[in-house]
Design a protein around this ligand. Structure first.
Ligand code: GLY
Ligand code: MN
Ligand code: MN
Length: 377
């Protein structure tokens, strides 16, 4: 059972406040819109949150005044919220807030603050003789977001489930003679009909040789018999993203197309089979990569195997080879991420198969259900 929304926010706040002790902070300035939503339930394109040990000071401008009042009158109200209306400049209002609070050691999200803002904060605090010191922090809220709580899992499961209906409708638009853009429009219209509030990313419809470009979008190429078509799409439901890729064939696939699809399918199966608590993210990646390498397709798979899903379409954990900036981490129950190996052959085309999975106590639950086999449309 999900916790009541307000209690859930209190749990999140207390997790973030644990890092106040380890980092000796009086407050954390949160500027990422997704992180502000995660900690307050407030949805806005502008806003700053100053989380202290007692309160959550939300700085918003006139455009969000009523929305915040409604939020606080609802059963999803943010505990300890203090609202401050920003008359003009957010940076100015932030400094005023910190001055009033008398906060000395103030963390900020280094990944979400521009050098210009940071510079202005420091210079202005100095000019006003404030004792505040700004300390860059890394991924404090992002790390909390990695483990989804029950209500987030419910939403992600429902977001993924709705892709069945989208595929069911949109596949009818995939045939020789139509433009990639028309297929994208069919997918996007079906996503609206399925109730997603927006697209999670630009829909990819990559046909024929375009299928060799992993992040191609959708252009004016006309689908032809014998093409492989990579269809990569996803929507956002109550803030949470889903992300699915299927590769289909226009008419019967060639032997090379079938070989490529089978290799990627097997790579994905191998990766899925590894997913359980305690297994390293790098081991999930390696499982997929080894299958493709064994089929002579190692060089054709040049991206990571997956990425976390949540309020952002690309978030932690990264399912990839360990890198200096992306260490491998052990999987934990409640993580949700994609598994999306691919193989791309310039001039010929490519295949990617992508599903969304939840790490459970004993293994994994695949949240997306659209059949993965190569279908000829
Ligand atoms: N659609 C982008 C991705 O799969 O990561
Ligand atoms: Mn993806
Ligand atoms: Mn995708």
């Amino acid at each position: 059972m999900p916790l009541p929304a307000t209690t859930q926010l209190a749990v999140r706040h207390s997790r973030i406040r644990q890092s106040f002790d380890t980092l000796a902070l009086d407050a954390l300035v949160v500027t990422s819109a997704a992180n502000i939503r995660y900690l307050t339930n407030h949805i806005g394109s502008a806003g700053v949150l100053v989380l202290t040990r007692q309160h959550a000071h939300l700085l918003v401008d006139f455009r969000y005044r009523e929305a915040v009042e409604r939020l606080q009158a609802s059963n999803a109200a943010c505990p300890g919220l203090r609202v401050r209306e920003v008359p003009a400049s957010y940076d100015e209002a932030l400094l005023g807030c910190l001055q009033e609070l008398g906060a000395a050691a103030v963390g900020f999200e280094a990944a979400h603050v521009t050098v210009a803002s940071y510079d202005w904060w420091r210079r202005s605090a100095e000019a006003r003789q404030l004792t505040v010191s700004f300390q860059p922090t890394e991924r404090i809220v992002e790390q909390a977001r990695v483990i989804k709580d029950v209500s987030e899992v419910d939403t992600l499961r429902e977001a993924a489930r709705r892709l069945d209906a989208v595929a069911g409708i949109a596949w009818r638009a995939v045939r020789a003679g139509v433009e990639e853009r028309q297929v994208a429009a069919a997918l996007e219209s079906a996503m609206r009909d399925a109730g997603y509030e927006r697209l999670a990313f630009d829909t990819i419809v990559a046909s024929g040789p375009h299928a060799a470009l992993p992040h191609y979008r959708a252009g004016d190429r006309i689908l032809q018999a014998g093409d492989l078509v990579v269809l990569d799409f996803g929507g956002v439901l109550d803030g949470y993203c889903c992300d699915l890729t299927r590769t289909v064939s226009i008419g019967p696939p060639s032997p090379e197309a079938r070989r490529l699809h089978t290799a990627v399918y097997d790579a994905q199966q191998a990766a899925l089979a590894t997913v359980r608590p305690g297994v390293e993210t790098s081991a999930v990646d390696a499982a997929a990569r080894q299958v493709l390498e064994a089929r002579g397709l190692g060089a054709a798979f040049g991206h990571g195997t997956g990425h976390g899903l949540g309020l952002d379409v690309h978030e932690e954990p990264r399912i990839t080879r360990p890198r200096a900036d992306v260490p491998s981490v052990p999987l934990l129950p409640g993580m949700v991420f994609t598994i999306e190996p691919g193989a791309y052959l310039p001039g010929f085309g490519g295949v990617r198969i992508e599903d969304d999975v939840l790490v459970t106590d004993t293994g994994c639950e695949v949240l997306t259900h659209v059949p993965r086999e190569l279908v000829a449309l």
